[in-house]
Ligand binder design. Sequence first.
Ligand SMILES: [Zn+2]
Length: 325
Amino acid sequence: MEGSYCIGIDIGGTYIKMGLFDAEGGRHAFRRAPSNAAGPPEALLEALVRACRDLMETARLREGRVVAVGLGVAGKLDTAAGRVVFSPNLPNMAGFALAPRLHEALKMPVFMENDANVFGLGEAWVGQGRNIPNWIGVTLGTGVGGCLIADGALWLGDRLGFSGEIGHMIVDPHGPPCACGQTGCLEAHASGSALIRGMREALSAGEALPERITDALRTGSLTPEDVYGAADSGDPHARRLFQRMGWALGLALGNLFTFLGIESAIIGGGVSQAWDQFHPAMMETLRTVPKMLDPDGIRILRSGLGPLAPLYGAARLAWAGLDRF
Ligand SMILES: [Zn+2]
């Protein structure tokens, strides 16, 4: 489809990223706008429609046209109905039929998937996964997301809306509570929220923490970056939290590798910036715990597209959706 473009949209809690993409994964325009998470869904829809029309005009100026839109949204989605069931980043979007409403306004096909699945599609398309047929994707952010790429395609299981939810695999039944209601999930050990909770618990237990951490905990402004900074400067509590993160990731990936008979994973998301702090414990666990795996075959890569992986994946979702028409 020469002169054809798809629009990729990554809706996060802070920013909406949008881009105009050709069928080979080339990016021809990029826009970023605040997502105004506290605002009504109608306002978000209006902003998306305006931005899409602007990108459609960009395509026209290149003597092309936009043929479909792909949306990546964090949270639980009813992808068949194009509806957001629940989004932790955008609580006001619960129940909103985002994809059909966008379709109605733009008169073109609109496809929607969750943020971890579009991360996988992006990396499989033009990122680290482009030459690897089978791999597990993990996104480390406020929570932990995941996806499975099998034979080069995104695995959707029975389309129950939660395939790839590696974050809610239990790695320690006696571990910390998880936001999902279970105990000891991977997310309760390996997410940004787990790092912050771990530091809060250390403070409550009367442990000596760096002053900067104590102050940030008291004002409720502690970020995963602060915990990384503390670990980097040698704080033993922060270091232990990253070791626990690495151990939990190694265990979850080791279990899945053994079950699936695969040995590759790609890790992205903002908290993956702390790679040097959790990577050694993760690799140590992967090398020693799952006995079926050949340690030399294990391949754990960092995202090649960084924060733009879900945006690329949203565009890939649109192109792949069109192919099925
Ligand atoms: Zn959970």
